[in-house]
Design a protein around this ligand. Structure first.
Ligand SMILES: Cc1ncc(COP(=O)(O)O)c(C=O)c1O
Length: 415
């Protein structure tokens, strides 16, 4: 869709103009107030336009706004220091990225440069960003880098995601089968550089699928055994979304590389990061070419520092865990006999409401979203059969309840 000269992707068909946003609410350009169940897709985890974060940015803007990549602003080093304190000790080297896709591309380049291998294992239904194979298109002096580390589709091995539905009683068996199929792939291919995944959940577009408990532990064990780099995409799970500060804290797994973006600055600016160990960073700097003109601008770092401070100070993940459990329980019990629903499952405040394909005509999802908006609730369009419910983690309980009430009313209206 093209509207007022901007090109939108398909899931923006229902788009409306946001005139104002604050805390758990958005206001459209007609002045209608909406409860937000999206957090801008796991971005505004602390609520929209958090005043403390805005304040820090304003302070920084008065000091310095730009720093070129061959040097550093002191605030960038402060942020690297603070973020490393919140992570496992060995993950203490950062590249300065502008978003999730650039962080993931950097992670892939780094893993390939480190191992000297090409293949990448990833999961069907996962989403890691919309950039792909960029180096081959790029500036010719980088072609040597491209040959060493860039991504070709034939280098990808796509595994089925070991999805667990809320009604599944055989979670352990799903994990065992997954372990066997992953080990088979690792045994049969000696050119695997890395496996890319999220922490036991797919938070990206069109899914919110949940893996069996132990998923990341199994991957870590096998990646160690076969000398494969583990990239953990924390773009969606990071910053308290899943009931822990980071997704890696759910099973206490230490990956080789992590990527962050989205909630890192609570939507105050564009920022991302690839995090790895000193050993990997030292080995790969000259091959993976870490550079981004606008990576970690000082105002974004001021926002990132404050964002991290608030998550730790207020232990935001604890509220996310508690409210997420409540939200999941209410939705599951209220909709358990609804003929439209296939499954409802989630981790923390990332809940997937999956509709049965045969009961739902494609256009219904957008009608449901429009209906909810008329009733005062902003929902994200995940795809034609999935709602991804991702309220701000700071949402007040009465606002959460009101949002749940509108969501249930909407589903029941179409049932
Ligand atoms: C899990 C995950 N990884 C990576 C990305 C890409 O991030 P960005 O849109 O900042 O490039 C997304 C975006 O939705 C995502 O959900």
């Amino acid at each position: 869709m093209i509207k007022n000269k901007i090109i939108y992707n398909n899931f923006s068909d229902y788009q409306f103009k946001v005139a104002k946003a604050k805390g758990s609410f958005l206001w459209d350009d007609q002045g209608k107030k909406l409860i937000d169940f999206t957090s801008g897709w796991n971005v505004t985890n602390l609520g929209w336009n958090h005043p403390e974060i805005t304040q820090e940015m304003i302070k920084q803007i008065k000091t310095n706004t730009y720093i070129p990549q061959w040097t550093a602003d002191p605030i960038q080093e402060r942020y690297a220091e603070e973020l490393s304190k919140a992570l496992p000790k060995r993950l203490n080297c950062f590249t300065r990225e502008t978003g999730g896709a650039s962080a993931n591309i950097m992670a892939l380049k780094t893993a390939r440069a480190y191992t000297g291998k090409r293949k990448v294992i990833s999961f069907k239904d996962a989403f890691h960003g919309s950039l792909y194979s960029l180096l081959e298109l790029g500036y010719s002096p980088e072609y040597t880098v491209a040959k060493a580390v860039s991504l070709n589709f034939q280098d990808n091995i796509h595994l089925n995601y070991p999805r667990v539905k809320s009604i599944d009683k055989n979670e352990k068996q799903i994990l065992v089968s997954f372990e066997q199929s992953l080990e088979k792939v690792l045994k049969e291919n000696n050119d695997i550089a890395t496996i890319v995944c999220e922490a036991g959940i797919i938070t990206g577009w069109g899914s919110t699928f949940i893996a069996p408990k132990g998923f990341l532990t199994v991957i870590r064990r096998l990646t160690k055994k076969y000398g494969v780099v583990l990239i953990l995409d924390e773009v969606g799970t990071g910053f308290s979304r899943c009931g822990k500060l980071f997704g890696l804290d759910i099973e206490n797994v230490i990956p080789d590389i992590i990527t962050f973006a989205k909630a890192m600055v609570n939507g105050a600016s564009a920022i991302g990061a690839m995090v790895t160990t000193k050993e990997i960073a030292k080995e790969t700097i000259n091959k993976s070419n870490p550079q981004a003109t606008f990576g970690w601008m000082p105002d974004a770092c001021a926002a990132a520092l404050k964002t991290l401070e608030i998550h730790k100070r207020d232990r935001v993940w604890e509220k996310a865990k508690k409210d997420g459990k409540y939200l999941l329980k209410v939705l599951q019990s209220e909709l358990k006999n609804n003929h439209l629903i296939e499954d409802i499952n989630g981790i923390g405040m990332e809940i997937g409401v999956h509709l049965k394909k045969k009961e739902n005509k494609k256009t219904k999802m957008k009608q449901m979203i429009e209906k909810a908006r008329k009733l005062g609730l902003h929902l994200a369009y995940a795809d034609d059969y999935n709602f991804q419910i991702m309220p701000p983690l700071t949402i007040e309980i009465n606002v959460l309840d009101k949002g749940i009430e509108i969501f249930l009313k909407t589903i029941k209206f179409f049932s």
